[in-house]
Design a protein around this ligand. Structure first.
Ligand code: FES
Ligand SMILES: [Fe+2]
Length: 411
């Protein structure tokens, strides 16, 4: 197995996949067993497009960062032609890691062992033909597919990555006003969540839990009202009127319009703009700005551009800041979540934004979600767990995620 070849799930995992009862949560083994975790990595994470980070993190030729996921370490480096490429962090001599830090800058990628050096395009610079009997053209770094969607860097380590072109085009177009090449990371948080990556993603896919868990988030978003309207269609016209009014503004400002739903527009991704609560210009507790306007956004209140990509990314992009999450599965019952808070690159801490205020809404919401996820993982791990039924109204998006997952695992 070379790290990119899908591994057939073991018979035990196949049995768990076969035991799935439609409309219910997954069988226990799929959330808890190391074998199922290995199958997830082979069938999902080593195949699909994953979020790595942002282009602005490596603005200059020679800048690079490393992302480790599903057993693969990938170097993302900006070349002299300004293109970002991804390479396995594996020397073609005897396999050493090349980049030893999480990020850095260098004119070449030099292996620390015997100093074989590679250009920023991955080509080996040493002439190996005579001494090693292999031409250097055969010993370039192994490359992975990288795509830039409006400043978001996605990659796939599959030999034949699935078609992701519609997602790249749509996300790139909708993200454009936020000019993610002219922003910076104001804060980054690493959350170690003692829960399976699917538990974490499923939690993101419904707001049934919001009324009782997210006092802060509920102040800014229509999700709870939307769910109420799903339960009681007589409330729908009020939501639709809010969306129509917001869309009129968005259209005037030249943004793509959207809706209040959290449905996926593609099979495993979505990117659409939703209105904020009336009187709110951003996702803050009082509705007032938390930083200066970001990118090319010229007016307060651009709603929230929600971008979700299975299996490892979501981002809420407002007029003055964006908050994102990158999920890295660590084991069957642990996920590393990196939270990003982005602001305009010229925003100055203490003048344009205060960190506690910038972080308060999403850090509270994230932390509440991780507690929920850890409690769920603990319960799922009990011998008493059996898959429970999803709401046909308020957990449809969880069912969608689970259906996508099962399709990929069985396919
Ligand atoms: S292993 Fe990299 S130069 Fe020898
Ligand atoms: Fe939540």
């Amino acid at each position: 197995m070379d790290g990119t070849t899908p591994q057939v799930p073991t018979p035990a995992v196949m049995a768990a996949l076969a035991a799935y009862q439609p409309g219910r949560s997954l069988p226990q083994a799929l959330y808890t067993s190391p074998e199922a975790f290995a199958a997830d990595m082979a069938k999902i994470h080593r195949k699909h497009w994953l979020f790595a980070g942002y282009g602005f993190e490596i603005p200059n030729p020679g800048d690079w960062f490393v992302y480790t996921v599903a057993g693969a370490e990938i170097i993302f480096a900006r070349g002299r032609d300004m293109k970002v490429r991804g390479f396995h962090n594996v020397c073609r001599h005897r396999g050493s890691r090349i980049c030893l830090e999480g990020h850095g800058h260098s004119s070449v990628l030099a292996c620390p062992y015997h100093k074989w050096s590679y250009g920023l395009d991955g080509a080996l610079l040493l002439d190996t033909a005579k001494e090693f009997g292999v031409p250097k053209s055969e010993l370039g770094l192994k490359q992975v597919a990288v795509a830039d969607a409006g400043g978001l860097l996605f990659f796939s380590i599959a030999e034949n990555p699935p078609d992701f072109s519609e997602a790249i085009e749509t996300i790139g177009r909708k993200m454009k006003p936020h000019a993610l090449h002219r922003v910076k990371i104001a804060h980054q948080a690493e959350y170690r969540v003692k829960a399976n990556w699917k538990v974490v993603f499923e939690n993101n896919r419904e707001c049934y839990h919001c009324p009782t868990n997210h006092a802060e988030y509920n102040l800014t978003a229509y999700d709870v009202e939307r769910d109420r309207a799903v339960m009681d269609p007589s409330l729908l016209p009020a939501i639709e009127a809010i969306v129509a009014k917001a869309n009129e503004r968005f259209a005037k400002l030249g943004y793509d319009t959207g809706d209040a739903s959290s449905n996926m527009t593609g099979k495993n991704w979505r990117c659409h703009r939703t209105p904020l609560k009336e009187g709110f210009v951003t996702q803050s507790l009082d509705g007032k700005p938390v930083s200066r306007l970001m990118g090319d956004v010229k007016e307060w209140d651009s709603g929230t551009l929600r971008c979700t990509v299975f299996p490892n990314f979501w981002q809420h992009t407002n007029c003055d800041y964006a908050c994102a999450a990158r999920l890295t599965p660590i084991s069957a019952n642990e996920t590393l979540v990196r939270g990003y808070w982005l602001v305009d690159k010229d925003a100055v801490e203490g003048k344009d934004y205060e960190l506690p205020r910038l972080l308060e809404m999403w850090d509270a919401t994230n932390s509440q979600d991780w507690v929920i996820c850890e409690n769920q993982q603990a319960g799922i791990s009990s011998p008493a767990y059996e898959p429970g039924p999803y709401s046909t109204l308020r957990e449809r998006n969880v069912a969608h995620f689970v259906d996508w997952y099962l399709g990929e695992m069985r396919g």
